[in-house]
Design a protein around this ligand. Structure first.
Ligand SMILES: *Cc1c(COP(=O)(O)O)cnc(C)c1O
Length: 393
């Protein structure tokens, strides 16, 4: 099946650019230039060079022997947890900030919830000598103190969003306001496949390096390019989009997306958008989102900060509606158990986001020859406190 954005920025029924008129010139400049810049030889060379020498790509495609024995299939882990800064997010921030430089921008702004995207952005701004301002809800700043300090050590300014619920959506509003007031020399880095067109497509392309590598790495070890399954967790959906990208039109490859079910999808404390959401507009695009009957965004809940988002990117809304990807959800409990299992079986403590993807291995009956690639989006260092509080290890 072809999964491709159309000229208007839509994937099937989802996407587009629902933005205030004041923001139109900024987004339009990006839309007109992103593809031509990304296709320039010089741009590609610089991007690839940094992915190799700075991020540490290609990341290994690791055959997980003991995990494979347990699940009765050939389970490979795509080790995005070994990227510099500990997750896949840096692939995108490097891409966008290189692009911003090509467009003559000198300043970078971003918003962040848990602080992971803020840290990835501050890191690359330090690397490239760009001025960096990150907006973060006041409540999130208190909850995620180490990431706030990381950003400051890296030279970024962290500005609290003090309106509304003082969390991610308020930080997003502040960042947009900043961009409207400072459009000429500033680029706004969005951290997932969300936001107005062209962001979802641009971010998916930067993250597609993940599936590009999986293909040749599988060829080396299994002498085939297509696995039977690709599994990834979905917050906004960027690591999943990157892991699925080069398999979209390979219909025999089953794509499994895993959302966070929090305390359970019936408890009112969940972040499983495809189970609980309806179509609406969130952060500049038409997509599925969790909302009340009169259209107010519902606060999501997950133990994992990276999956605690009330929507999914439009590409995932389309993957869900078209049936090209199968959507699962894992509860806090299931994810924590899966994270501890991986630690004990393979000596890898995963990010709790990634542990949600691991949890669905329990729900599938594999044949012994099945090749399963699970995208391990990040490492668990940042989640140590949560593991300790959880205690059951
Ligand atoms: C941010 C994050 C996610 C969720 O973001 P996506 O855009 O859905 O990939 C998943 N895993 C880790 C480790 C993260 O830091």
């Amino acid at each position: 099946m072809k999964i491709k954005v159309d000229d208007r920025g839509y994937y099937g029924n989802y996407g587009g650019a629902y933005i205030p008129e004041m923001l139109y010139p900024n987004v339009e400049e990006l839309r007109q230039n992103y593809l031509s810049v990304m296709e320039e030889d010089g741009f590609k060379k610089e991007f690839d060079h940094l992915l190799k020498t700075y991020v540490g790509r290609p990341t290994p495609l690791y055959f997980a022997n003991r995990l494979s024995e347990k699940y009765g299939a050939k389970v490979y882990l795509k080790r995005e947890d070994l990227c510099h800064t500990g997750a896949h997010k840096v692939n995108n921030t490097i891409g966008q900030i290189l692009l911003a430089k090509r467009l003559g921008k000198q300043k970078i702004i971003a918003e962040t919830g848990a602080g992971q995207h803020g840290v990835a952005t501050a890191t690359v701004c330090a690397l490239m000598g760009m001025e960096c301002v990150v907006y973060m809800g006041e409540i999130d700043m208190a909850r995620q103190k180490p990431n706030v300090e990381r950003m400051r050590i890296l030279g970024a300014g962290v500005r609290p969003a003090t309106s509304g619920s003082k969390t991610l959506k308020d930080a997003t509003n502040e960042a947009m306001r900043h961009w409207i007031n400072d459009p000429v020399d500033t680029h706004y880095v969005i951290g997932s496949v969300v936001g107005p067109h062209p962001y979802p497509d641009m971010v998916a392309r930067f993250q597609s390096v993940i599936s590009e590598e999986i293909k040749w790495q599988l060829k080396e070890t299994e002498h085939v390019e297509d696995p039977d399954y690709v599994i990834a967790c979905v917050g906004g959906g960027s690591n999943a989009a990157g892991a699925f990208y080069h398999f979209f039109d390979r219909d025999r490859v089953k794509l499994l997306a895993v959302e966070a079910a929090g305390h359970g999808n019936e408890t009112g404390e969940s972040a499983a958008t495809t189970v609980l959401g309806k179509a609406g507009v969130l952060h500049g695009s038409k997509t599925l989102l969790m909302q009340t009957d009169d259209g107010q965004v519902v606060e999501p809940y997950s133990i994992s900060a990276g999956l605690d988002y009330p929507g999914i990117g439009p590409i995932h809304a389309h993957l869900f509606e078209s049936g090209r990807a199968a959507f699962y959800s894992a509860t806090d409990e299931e994810a924590m158990q899966a994270g501890i299992l991986l630690s004990k079986l393979e000596g890898i403590i995963p990010a709790i986001e990634s542990a949600h993807a691991l949890a669905v291995l329990d729900n599938i009956t594999f044949s012994p020859d099945d090749i399963v690639v699970l995208n391990l989006s990040g490492r668990g260092d940042k989640d140590l406190e949560t593991y300790i509080k959880w205690g059951k290890y």
